[in-house]
Design a protein around this ligand. Structure first.
Ligand code: FES
Ligand SMILES: [Fe+2]
Length: 340
């Protein structure tokens, strides 16, 4: 939460993560965040992440409140504070300024010098951030993300696509025969399925939806769950695969995202008996399709839709109401200020 001093300093119109505000999202595997500060871009903001010597994690705006130097070029000290590279101000993991060299400041004065910080959690082997400064409720998680951190196998890569494109394709059963026609989608081209009809049923859940997908010519299908805002869970293990992938589309900016695959293998499955790299590589087909689409997903009144688009339509409706609505308001309000 911003302090009163920060509100005064940053202005009443200060807002962060405007393209993705007030959500919990993973940022990186926790194994990639150590004592050397890491700079990442998340939803259009430059963020610094680091781990203290006692394994506490911190996430700040990567901008020192003094002269705006990137704190990611600073150092993590033995006491877990991050020291700015420019004039050596020090910040604790909650963003509080703890030391200003060569100035005799009392704690009240220092309390006005804190850096903007964000809540963090370590869940399922990933470092998560809350993309806001007010009222972070605890993240809503599927039970399959509550196992010990070392059970998860994680792969991530940057896609040149808007994050909504990756959620849209991940929710979409009927891209498989075409986008993945040269791999696991080939079975759909068996003549037995030539006149198949897809049965796709959507059930609203507390924070998203559960979608069952099946061709009427196949004995079973798969369940795909969406968890707001940016997570899709493929319940492949219900269909006999030995793992459950969780797919995250993490916004970097309006043109890029990080696609993070977080796999929970069934007991007894590990790298010695399963080719995880081959599994992760299957998403290359999805990446090529997502990167071929310009900008964010269209609103529900754009383009043509058919009954099997229901999962996509529900996600798009949510996105335009919940995320875009806020952004549109913010842009209008800012331009008013600019005019006057
Ligand atoms: S810019 Fe960070 S201490 Fe001066
Ligand atoms: Fe796919």
């Amino acid at each position: 939460m911003l302090s009163n001093a920060q509100k005064t300093r940053l202005g009443a119109d200060f807002a962060v993560f405007k393209m993705f505000p007030n959500f919990w999202t993973p940022v990186l595997p926790v194994s990639e965040v150590g004592r050397v500060p890491v700079a990442v871009e998340l939803a259009g903001e430059s963020i610094v992440l680091y781990r203290s010597p006692v394994d506490e994690f911190a996430a700040f705006l990567d901008r020192c409140p003094h002269r705006g130097a990137p704190l990611s070029r600073g150092q993590v000290l033995e006491d877990g504070c991050l020291q700015c590279p420019y004039h050596g101000w020090q910040f604790a993991s909650d963003g509080a300024c703890t030391h200003v060299p060569f100035n005799a400041l009392n704690s009240d004065q220092r309390s006005k010098l804190s850096v903007v910080s964000f809540p963090t959690r370590v869940i399922a082997g990933m470092l998560w951030i809350f993309t806001g400064t007010e009222n972070a409720l605890e993240p809503q998680l599927p039970p399959s993300l509550l196992e010990p951190n070392d059970r998860y196998i994680i792969h991530h890569e940057i896609w040149n696509a808007h994050w909504t494109r990756a959620i849209d394709i991940s929710l979409d059963y009927l891209h498989i025969p075409f986008v993945h026609r040269n791999s696991f989608g080939s079975e759909f081209h068996d003549p037995a399925h030539q006149d198949a009809i897809a049965q796709i049923s959507v059930t609203a859940t507390a924070n998203g939806m559960a979608v069952t997908n099946q061709l009427n010519t196949l004995p079973d299908g798969i369940e795909i769950d969406w968890h707001q805002p940016n997570q899709v869970v493929l319940k492949l293990d219900l269909g006999g695969m030995p793992l459950r992938p969780h797919l995250f589309a993490i916004p970097i900016n309006s043109q890029q995202m990080r696609f993070m695959q977080v796999v929970l293998p069934n007991p007894g499955i590990d790298r010695s008996n399963f080719d995880f790299d081959e599994f992760f590589a299957a998403s290359l087909d999805d990446r090529i399709m997502a990167e071929s689409q310009i900008g964010e997903i269209p609103n529900t009144n754009e383009g043509c839709n058919v009954p099997t688009d229901e999962p996509s339509l529900r996600f798009r409706r949510w996105y335009y109401r919940t995320v875009k609505h806020k952004r549109i308001e913010a842009i209008q309000w800012r331009s008013d200020r600019h005019l006057y």
